[in-house]
Design a protein around this ligand. Structure first.
Ligand code: BGC
Length: 905
């Protein structure tokens, strides 16, 4: 959430003409003017902008003031700091207070001596210390009204406010999920609050700026609390996984112009009753009986004499913390593309896109009329709604009309994964205008685009992004439709890099990783889902799943230069690696514990989900990989001793791997695609043995006629590995193949998101199976990473993470005539686009200010290359650093470049 009004004058960048040099987009902990932050040492990031090439920051001045937009006596002034640091500059002033507005501003100098205007921003803290909460937990047991436990309670409280108000803030959270109303209006800032965390350890609290909603005189607050993840059905748990009692906790703080303050907090003076929602479940849907609405219940003059006093419960508050993640919001709205009549006579809306969210509609009918919507991803081959793959999730919303005419219903406490909606008992004609699909997702800024000359690949890219939208709902989930929707660690780690290109996922993962740490077992093992929904099970720490503990923080560090994530997670990363070292009988091999193996690989024996690659081979390979990333992380954090220790451990694990799984002549113990990919990708073989493994990998692909057999763990790496070993042509062949099994097979079959199975839907229209067949499972969408990093060639540099130094190495090949990726980095937009026409290569490259890039021009001869018509050696901002046989490597200063050359000759 951010401060609604922009109370400060931003710098020069608002002028209509571009400034010669300026600072823009000053952010606090990645966010613009955030409200309710809980970070005690916030970091500031800004972008430089201006004309010309080679913009580099030479220094900056950053100031923070407490409540004073004029900065008369800043509480922190960096002074004229030297250097090019413009991302994650940490606050160094005195301790921040709770519920306080802070103003900040920055100005920068560049290496040419230009100075920018000030760029201003504002941020506000939440309740930083749980001991400051004075509110009490309030609850209601529907049994007091002889109502079923599912009925949702409403809580209300009327109060008086006196004029004139300077600001009003609500701080709130719930055991369950909640929604607020103030004076009859829903606060729509956030859905599914307080989000999903490891509730026993961490419960987020939200901050709402409600200044505009407060009236002089009578006011009232209303809270609705639903089961959500806390009390509802989740994973295999029927109910009450975290606790039995739904409860709410809220404080409203009013600050008056005269300096006085007033607060309204949840306590025993609140009143409660059940409302129109008689059932709400994340998996099953919602039942709303409009006849039970309590009209005006959140208005001050509502007569609540028949309501009951709330119960208060004693519950610790140590787990309360200001919201870390971005809020969950409605990100898109879609109208049905078609209304179908199924062979069995059902009316089905087709939204043309598999999505996560819900459907609102208007209806006019007699009181008591029940309208029911059932959501599904697919139609069966006969054209009827296919619900078998939802397993036990009902995905059904029911609305019982009150009979007032033109009623509007929108569910809010359940989400569905669907493209098709069966409409039952809708009175009148179900015309598209009456229905709207609301797409619900974490409010992540979309930062990446990829497009190319193959329309099917463009659709695939769109499917990947839709898969991310649908599954990044406060936690990275496996799927949004069946009775799982859990934060599977394996799915998250294979997709994290692609995710980080598509959207700014830094705080999203930072929050989830803290839950991983909170739920980590005492021995360092990692639950297979985070938040942990399988506590106490033997089934934890699967290889390729638990490794998320290391792979995800490393990836966030690499893509966003966020060393704090690495630092915060370091103990957890280390604990995971030490768990791997300790488990089993051999220190340097992993051959025990619960394993999923190469999940859903096509070389799985009949009746199994686990591919043919031996589990211990996969487990040891991932062990080595995690150790290597931990060693790099230690190095990045300046923990030199640890770095040396883990480099040595990596060498030991690699040696053991070789002894166990590689013959002296370089044959792998397992002739599977996944085994070869992992060995090459994780650097487990070297020298002539590596060459041998590369050869046998290619032979394997040829022998299989280029049919993929890889599952969750092998698939993400296959194209990057081929490109890296000099067989980019084969990477293209696999990526562009339309033949089953391939990414584009699903696209040709009409997929609008990524399927869990290569053969989720077979060529004859039949389904793979009902029990494990999601059509919105992003894992195989990890191919997106290859499009960004290899086809368009935008890559990070471990030595200067967060795209401070960019490696741009596009790899064109047969099958595409152009490709282009853009990425909004922390420094600004990066572009890499190439077009090959009539033997001429045109390449567009943008390097944002305050960064540098190394660009590799493929198939180029130096003296044939021009940049905007100028010979390479003379082009501004360009330095030739290496000439290879058919490649030119350049160092680039920031700027917008256009290279042109004859391809290959
Ligand atoms: C999920 C997967 C997950 C797996 C673990 C499945 O049911 O949907 O995506 O990683 O279980 O095996």
């Amino acid at each position: 959430m951010r401060l609604k009004a922009d109370p400060v004058i931003t710098g020069d960048t608002r002028r209509s003409e571009a400034p010669e040099f300026g600072v823009a987009d000053l952010r606090v902990e990645y966010r613009l003017n955030p409200i309710g932050i809980g970070v005690r040492i916030p970091r500031f990031s800004w972008k430089l902008c201006g004309t010309g090439r080679g913009i580099r920051q030479a220094g900056y001045r950053l100031q923070v003031s407490e409540g004073d937009p004029q900065f008369r006596s800043p509480i922190w002034d960096s002074g004229e700091a030297d250097g090019d640091r413009s991302v994650h500059v940490a606050y160094e002033g005195k301790a921040l207070k709770s519920r306080q507005v802070y103003y900040c501003r920055v100005r920068a100098r560049d290496s040419k001596g230009r100075e920018s205007d000030w760029q201003n921003a504002v941020f506000e803290t939440g309740i930083l210390d749980y001991r400051e909460w004075t509110a009490q937990w309030i609850t209601f047991d529907p049994a007091r009204r002889n109502l079923p436990a599912e009925a949702l309670p409403l809580f209300r409280k009327a109060f008086e406010a006196k004029p004139p108000i300077r600001s009003a803030r609500i701080y709130a959270t719930a055991l369950g999920i909640y929604e607020l109303e103030l004076n009859g209006r829903r606060l729509k800032d956030q859905l599914f609050a307080p989000g999903w965390t490891s509730y026993h350890h961490r419960l987020q609290t939200q901050t709402y700026d409600v200044t505009e909603h407060i009236r002089l005189g009578g006011n009232a607050i209303g809270i609705t609390v639903a089961d959500g993840w806390y009390k509802g059905r989740i994973g295999g748990h029927p109910r009450d996984f975290y606790g039995e009692r739904r409860a709410a906790l809220l404080e409203l703080h009013l600050a008056y112009e005269d300096g006085s303050e007033q607060s309204v907090v949840t306590d025993c003076s609140w009143r409660t009753e059940t409302g129109p929602i008689v059932m709400a479940s994340l998996y099953d849907g919602e039942t709303y009986d409009a006849r039970l609405e309590k009209d005006g219940w959140s208005l001050p003059d509502y007569d609540d004499r028949n309501w009951l006093p709330v119960e208060t419960i004693k519950r610790g508050k140590q787990m309360l913390l200001p919201q870390e993640n971005v809020p969950t919001v409605i990100v898109r709205e879609l109208k049905p593309e078609r209304v179908l009549q199924s062979p069995t006579g059902e009316t089905i809306l087709d939204f043309g896109q598999n999505l996560t969210g819900w459907v609102s509609y208007t209806v006019t009918a007699e009181a008591g009329t029940l309208v029911e919507l059932t959501h599904a991803e697919e139609l069966d081959s006969a054209g009827n709604l296919y619900v078998d793959n939802l397993r036990s999730a009902k995905q059904t919303t029911s609305y019982i009309c009150k009979g007032t005419g033109n009623e509007r219903y929108e569910p809010r406490f359940s989400f569905q994964g669907f493209r098709y909606v069966k409409v039952r008992a809708y009175p009148g004609e179900a015309i598209p205008e009456r229905f709207t699909a609301h797409v619900v997702s974490s409010d992540l800024e979309e930062t990446g685009t990829f497009e190319c000359s193959d329309p099917l690949v463009n659709r695939l890219q769109s499917n990947i992004v839709w898969g991310q939208r649908g599954n990044f709902l406060d936690v990275p989930t496996d799927c949004p439709q069946r009775d799982e929707r859990l934060g599977y660690t394996g799915d998250a780690q294979v997709f994290v890099r692609t995710a980080a290109h598509n959207m700014n996922v830094a705080v999203f993962f930072a929050k989830w990783l803290k839950d991983l740490k909170a739920d980590q077992l005492p021995n360092g093992g990692v639950p297979n889902t985070i938040p942990d929904t399988l506590p106490g099970w033997e089934m934890h720490s699967a290889s390729g799943w638990g490794d998320a503990a290391v792979i995800c923080p490393w990836t966030i560090y690499t893509c966003f230069g966020d060393s704090r994530v690495l630092d915060d997670q370091y103990d957890s990363m280390k604990a995971w690696v030490e768990f791997l070292r300790d488990s089993g009988e051999q220190e340097f091999l992993r051959n025990d514990g619960f394993q999923y193996g190469d999940w859903l690989a096509l070389d799985a024996p009949a009746g199994s989900y686990t591919g043919a690659t031996p589990r211990d081979l996969i487990a040891t390979a991932f062990y080595a990989y995690s150790v290597s990333l931990l060693a790099k992380s230690a190095r990045a954090l300046g923990k030199e001793e640890d770095a040396a220790l883990y480099e040595e451990l990596f060498a030991n694990v690699r040696d053991s791997f070789n002894q166990e799984f590689v013959t002296p002549s370089g044959r792998l113990a397992s002739p599977t695609q996944t085994a070869h990919v992992l060995v090459l990708r994780f650097g487990l073989v070297e020298g002539p043995i590596r060459k041998q493994v590369e050869k046998s990998f290619i032979r394997l692909l040829e022998e299989s006629d280029f049919k993929l057999t890889t599952g969750f763990l092998g698939t993400p790496y296959i194209c990057p590995t081929l490109s890296d070993i000099g067989r980019n042509d084969l990477a293209y062949r696999l990526a562009l193949s339309r033949r089953f099994p391939s990414w584009l097979y699903s696209v040709e079959q009409g997929a609008t998101t990524i399927w869990e199975h290569w053969d989720g839907r077979k060529e004859d229209g039949s389904f793979w199976s009902a029990d494990m067949n999601s059509f919105n499972h992003y894992a195989f969408g990890a191919i997106g990473e290859w499009f960004y990093r290899y086809v368009a060639g935008i890559d990070t540099d471990d030595a200067a993470p967060g795209f401070k130094h960019i490696r741009i190495k596009p790899l064109p090949s047969q099958g595409l005539t152009y490709a282009k990726a853009t990425y909004q980095s922390m420094y600004g937009e990066i572009v890499s686009g190439w077009k090959l026409e009539n033997g001429e290569m045109n390449m567009d490259v943008t390097v944002p200010p305050n960064t540098t890039a190394t660009l590799d021009l493929p198939n180029a001869l130096q003296d044939r290359v021009t940049e905007k018509g100028i010979r390479l050696g003379e082009a501004e901002g360009v330095k030739i650093v290496a000439l290879h046989e058919n490649r030119v490597t350049l160092d680039l200063e920031s700027g917008i470049y256009q290279f042109r050359y004859q391809w290959g000759t």
